[in-house]
Design a protein around this ligand. Structure first.
Ligand SMILES: NC(=O)c1ccc[n+]([C@@H]2O[C@H](COP(=O)([O-])OP(=O)(O)OC[C@H]3O[C@@H](n4cnc5c(N)ncnc54)[C@H](OP(=O)(O)O)[C@@H]3O)[C@@H](O)[C@H]2O)c1
Length: 386
């Protein structure tokens, strides 16, 4: 990483005019550097935002198709977002000269077309996992969708030109990769990837891996099965919006209930929840109805255990755990994505992209600030990436 160009501070950003790729340039050591961005027309993404839920078949935009990436030569350096110390959003820097990662024998190199944020990216940047993190400096980013441009010698199935998606870190908190997906290229083990379903575009695909793997693993760990009822706490978030859909449309739940704020009640119903509980007005644990499983994706395990039937299961993704609740940390697994691909292809399960996004690559810091409000709906996606 030879040069580091500071990102604008949040105060400065408020003074800036709306983002215009043509107007972007950075001054560095007396030189003006103009990054190349795809045309602004490629940013028209309304068709796959969550509100209309027109997110499945044939919504591939030109912006999010790979095209030329398949044949482009791989450079030795790339643009990436980097932080060299833990801290607030202000530690994030845009760097034009990060070395493109080497590909190990079981890995492929991906030209990143879209990447997505998860709360873990923010918590990791804040230093919450520093004891088990990879060394700084860090290129953040777990979720990726893109095109394979190089394959390692032991790679068995994937080949150059394949359109893939996945969560690049097998263990979310134990030594996640130093070079993540908020970059032009990222190197990933073949076993963590799956071919992107043809009917969804790269933006939609990027938002899926970590959240859908978490949703699926949590349901499996509770022994969830057809005919069982479930209450999802935080049904509108990245994970919860997929827990609702998987419970209803993949596992065959008898009843799905979910908590959300007033404005998102109809949204969680549209995903498959029969009962939407307004967390700003009601305490879910005071309702007479109890559930076979409570899936806590917000950190309310002490209350969640009061809403479960005797002998039922409570899974908690974050916060303190109250027995009989339990916690797990997601394991990335391409096989889970492959297993769920038919449900995505049939449109039974729909990717949900937050309507404020996708955020262009120049606005990764803004995307972090947004997810850190804890009010994102579905997934916060980064696209286009130069
Ligand atoms: N253990 C693991 O392996 C694992 C894996 C993935 C995620 N996680 C953790 O799980 C949590 C959820 O992740 P995520 O990606 O789904 O988060 P997210 O998408 O950032 O969640 C944002 C959503 O939370 C909702 N929300 C805020 N307060 C709420 C409340 N009191 N009750 C119900 N909903 C509320 C917001 O709705 P409003 O705007 O309406 O408030 C918003 O839609 C995070 O803490 C994350 O770190 C853990």
């Amino acid at each position: 990483m030879k040069s580091t160009i500071p990102a604008p501070t949040s105060q400065l950003r408020n003074l800036l005019p709306p983002f215009s790729p043509a107007a972007v340039s950075f001054s560095f050591r007396g030189k003006t550097i103009k990054p190349s961005f795809p045309s602004t027309s490629s940013l028209k993404t309304t068709s796959f935002r969550y509100a209309p839920l027109r997110v499945t078949a044939n919504s591939q935009s030109t912006a999010a198709t790979a095209g030329t990436a398949k044949v482009a030569a791989v450079p030795s350096e790339m643009k990436a977002w980097v932080y060299g110390e833990y801290g607030s959003v202000d530690v994030l820097k845009f760097d034009e000269k990060v070395a493109v990662p080497e590909v190990k024998e079981d890995q492929v190199l991906i030209k990143v077309i879209a990447a997505a944020l998860n709360p873990v990216d923010a918590k990791r940047r804040q230093g919450k996992f520093k004891a088990t993190d990879s060394p700084l400096p860090t290129v953040p980013g777990y979720d990726v969708a893109g095109v394979v441009v190089k394959v390692g010698s032991q790679v068995k199935e994937l080949k150059e030109g394949d359109e893939v998606y996945g969560n690049i870190n097998e263990k979310a908190l134990e030594g996640p990769k130093q070079f993540g997906s908020f970059a032009e290229y990222t190197a990933v083990e073949e076993k963590l990837l799956a071919l992107k379903p043809k009917n969804i575009d790269f933006v939609q695909a990027a938002g899926l891996p970590l959240a859908i793997e978490t949703a699926y693993e949590g349901l499996e760990r509770t022994g969830f099965s057809e005919g069982k009822s479930i209450l999802v706490l935080n049904g509108a978030g990245g994970v919860g919006s997929l827990v609702i859909q998987l419970a209803k449309h993949v596992f065959g739940a008898s009843k799905v209930a979910a908590t959300a704020s007033t404005g998102k009640l109809e949204f969680v119903k549209s995903l498959g929840a029969e009962l939407a509980i307004d967390y700003t007005k009601e305490n879910f644990e005071d309702l007479p109805e109890k559930f076979d499983v409570v899936y806590d994706a917000i950190g309310q395990c002490d209350r969640a255990v009061k809403a479960v039937k005797e002998g039922g299961s409570v899974v908690a993704l974050t916060g303190a755990v109250t027995p009989p609740g339990f916690r797990f940390v997601v394991t990335s697994n391409g096989e889970v994505l492959k297993k769920l691909n038919p449900y995505l292809e049939s449109g039974k399960v729909k990717p949900v992209v937050d309507p404020k996004g996708p955020f262009p690559f120049s606005q990764v810091a803004e995307a972090f600030s947004y997810i850190e409000t804890n009010h994102a709906t579905g997934k916060v996606v980064i696209h286009p990436i130069p």
